[in-house]
Design a protein around this ligand. Structure first.
Ligand code: ZN
Length: 245
């Protein structure tokens, strides 16, 4: 399978250098991206025989371009439930479409899926990025599910990771291990902050990210909340820490 990508002109704090739309041979795309005309035109020019539009999850930097692309080309949209009303085929864990296996990977969002080829090419959407970490926003985002999804992907022993943001990584298993280690380290820091007397999420954020840019405070606090919810579900943090706003 020939794999190329086109990066949409939507760089930002969560999208890194922009959304990467993957082009598979001449007939399929993964994560068509935002509905920006120049990006849609670039996909159409590169994919004259587009038949299938795969989508990993519902976020606005991944899915919307599927609608104008479908309208222009009659390609079918393949996505998990809850992504777009225009989806032609709703997929579930274990389905295979056009030689891509669907792997359900809830965590970043509840419906998120990854796609795996027989050659070990793994398209991870926002579950694993080419650098940095992904954001887990509760309640739809779920840290416990996310860690299970990372282990599930690792068990498939992929060769390459093609993320929706950031570069393709040839060190797929090592990258997944880094992702798991990073979350476990953060979890340890959350427990440590509680042991040191943090009584609010903002105390915890100050202890764990002492020099963080103020503009990122809220995003960091939401990640800490995601960790706390996991630890509370596991009975490792008292539920009394429930109202942390
Ligand atoms: Zn996303």
């Amino acid at each position: 399978m020939n794999i190329r990508s086109i990066t949409a002109p939507n760089p930002g704090p969560f999208t890194l250098d922009g959304t990467r739309t993957y082009l598979l041979d001449d007939h399929a795309v993964i994560d068509p991206g935002p509905a920006i005309d120049s990006h849609i035109d670039a996909i159409r020019a590169a994919m004259p025989n587009l038949r299938t539009i795969f989508i990993t999850h519902r976020h606005a930097d991944h899915a919307p371009a599927a609608i104008p692309l479908k309208r222009a080309t009659n390609a079918q949209i393949v996505a998990p439930r809850g992504v777009l009303d225009e989806t032609d085929r709703i997929v579930n864990d274990g389905d295979v479409v056009d030689a891509l296996e669907v792997i359900a990977t809830p965590g970043h969002t509840s419906e998120h899926v990854c796609f795996l080829t027989n050659d070990g090419d793994l398209f991870t959407g926002d579950t694993i990025l080419g650098f940095g970490t992904t954001a887990i926003f509760p309640p739809d985002g779920n840290m416990a599910d996310y860690l299970r999804s990372l282990h599930k992907l690792r068990a498939r022993n992929p060769k390459r990771i093609h993320p929706a943001h950031g570069p393709t990584r040839d060190d797929a298993v090592a990258l997944i291990d880094e992702y798991i280690a990073h979350r476990l380290e953060r979890e340890r820091q959350v427990l440590d902050a509680l042991a040191r007397g943090a009584t609010t999420i903002s105390d915890m954020r100050t202890l764990i990210y002492p020099d963080l840019d103020e503009r990122l405070h809220r995003a960091a606090e939401v990640q800490l909340r995601a960790h706390l919810i996991k630890l509370q579900d596991e009975g490792r943090v008292p539920l009394a820490f429930g109202s942390w706003d």
